[in-house]
Write a protein that binds this ligand. Structure first.
Ligand SMILES: [Zn+2]
Length: 82
């Protein structure tokens, strides 16, 4: 199965896949709860500073939940998430 990208239509999103014979398949996608569909998360990075004792700086990192796509596969089967 070949990954064909993410298609967003209105409030619905689907991952598109192509089978070897050219058939198109849709996999329901939902907004990533981790990053709010932005694909990025804020993290902290420790800066080592032996003189001043070091510090934590805020960095923008790619969301590990959705690999920066902003959407993840919706496997909830229509049920509300707990
Ligand atoms: Zn995410």
């Amino acid at each position: 199965m070949k990954y064909g990208g993410l298609v967003i239509e209105g409030s619905k999103a689907n991952f598109v896949f192509y089978s070897p014979d050219g058939q198109k398949f849709y996999e329901p996608a939902k907004r990533c709860p981790e990053c709010g569909a932005s694909g990025q998360v804020l993290g902290e990075k420790a800066i080592v500073d032996y003189v001043n004792g070091g510090s934590l700086v805020e960095i923008v990192a790619m969301c590990p939940e959705c690999d920066g796509m902003g959407f993840i596969v919706d496997d909830s089967d229509g049920e509300e998430e707990a």
